[in-house]
Write a protein that binds this ligand. Structure first.
Ligand SMILES: Cc1ncc(COP(=O)(O)O)c(C=O)c1O
Length: 367
């Protein structure tokens, strides 16, 4: 029996490891542990990669979301949040003092569902690029927001390097939050980074991440927190930026291989014209929970461990949030129960991708 194929692996190249060791040694030798040259380099190069004037590194993707909401001054107002997302999207909204209202969403934000819950009090719309998949409707969503004076905020936690018609995720709205958690395409183990084209928003973000301190470093003028990124974490982020382009090219090849190879009447492969994927997840959609579990078991029997769904329990079913609306989010429920993530990371070999394709195509399901 051939080796089991993992759903995902955290891998660093030898050159990334060696560069990190050199940088980490310098950080320890200088004793400069708090935001300094590695933060500055990571922020500058990540901004260049996205094509925005600047980015702001923070302690986590969750912190990035909260800092963005605070910097955009939407506290106290209503923010539309998709039902199909990570707990953090809603958590940050609540912690920033906003009132989250859920809209129904599947893989993509749904404009009709957004329209249904919109009220004049809505001041921001959160969209999440689930798994790194960008909605082809993003420009339309942006226009919809502009017409209502609503800030579009991208939770781009999965979408480092995803593109829609050549435009990078993180550049469609007023500001965007990326997670740099261990499983992400660029990782600092724990970390986050904010992208914005607005210098005033960037300045506000820097203030919030450093306990809300004024330039004098003495007075706390806004309600910030300890949301800084350490130099060791930033060093790990910086060493991955050299290889990011090559990694995305590799992911693009694997995505293409899956898209061309998977051919099964009961397996849908989302793949939109004009979109390049970050490769955080590779999603396939089946007919429902029973079919999904059957496919998962079939893959496992073939030595392929598929990842959990991106989110198998949407926000309206998360007890702590108290946003339960029974069956009021059919798109989110349908997506949560019917999708599966096939193995995907930049080091996955073509041979292993072919094994996955063969296994999917040989699945028989009579349910
Ligand atoms: C969509 C989304 N937003 C925010 C976060 C939170 O990121 P972090 O774990 O870096 O705080 C996650 C975590 O994976 C996420 O999936």
């Amino acid at each position: 029996m051939s080796d089991e194929i993992a759903p995902f692996k955290v891998e660093f190249t030898t050159s990334e490891i060696e560069s990190f060791v050199v940088r980490a040694r310098a950080v320890l030798e200088t004793g400069w542990l708090v935001p300094g040259p590695n933060n500055a380099e990571f922020e500058r190069r990540f901004a260049k990669f996205l094509g925005v004037p600047q980015t702001v590194a923070v302690a986590s993707g969750t912190a990035a979301l909260e800092v963005v909401l605070r910097a955009l001054k939407v506290s106290g107002r209503t923010v539309l949040v998709p039902a199909n997302t990570n707990y953090a999207t809603a958590e940050a909204t609540i912690r920033a003092g906003c009132r989250p209202v859920l809209y129904d969403s599947g893989l993509y934000p749904d404009l009709r569902a957004i329209q249904r819950v919109w009220t004049p009090d809505v001041t921001a719309l959160m969209v999440v690029h689930v798994g790194g998949y960008l909605s082809p409707e993003l420009p339309e969503l942006r226009r919809w927001c502009d017409q209502r004076d609503v800030a579009l905020i991208e939770d781009a936690s999965h979408a480092h390097g995803s593109l829609l018609n050549g435009q990078a995720a993180g550049t469609f709205g007023a500001a965007a939050a990326f997670s740099l958690f261990a499983t992400k395409v660029v990782t600092t183990a724990e970390g986050g980074v904010i992208a914005t084209a607005d210098p005033a928003v960037a300045t506000a973000c820097r203030r919030y991440r450093d306990q809300g301190k004024a330039d004098d470093g003495l007075h706390h003028v806004v309600f910030g927190s300890a949301w800084r990124m350490s130099e060791l974490h930033a060093a790990l982020g910086a060493v991955q930026l050299d290889g990011l382009g090559a990694g995305l090219t590799r992911v693009g090849q694997l995505v293409g291989r899956y898209v061309r190879g998977i051919d099964h009447p009961r397996v849908r492969v989302p793949n939109e014209v004009g979109v390049s994927y970050s490769g955080h997840k590779f999603i396939v959609i089946t007919d429902g929970r029973k079919a999904r579990e059957s496919l998962r078991a079939h893959l496992l029997a073939a030595g392929i461990r598929s990842a959990k769904g991106v989110y198998e329990v949407p926000l309206h079913r998360q007890p702590v949030l108290g946003l339960d609306d029974g069956d009021g989010f059919p798109l989110a429920d349908a997506f949560a129960t019917s999708h599966l993530c096939l193995p995907m990371w930049k080091g996955l070999t073509a041979g292993d991708a072919d094994r996955v394709i063969e296994a999917v195509n040989s699945w028989t399901y009579g349910g």
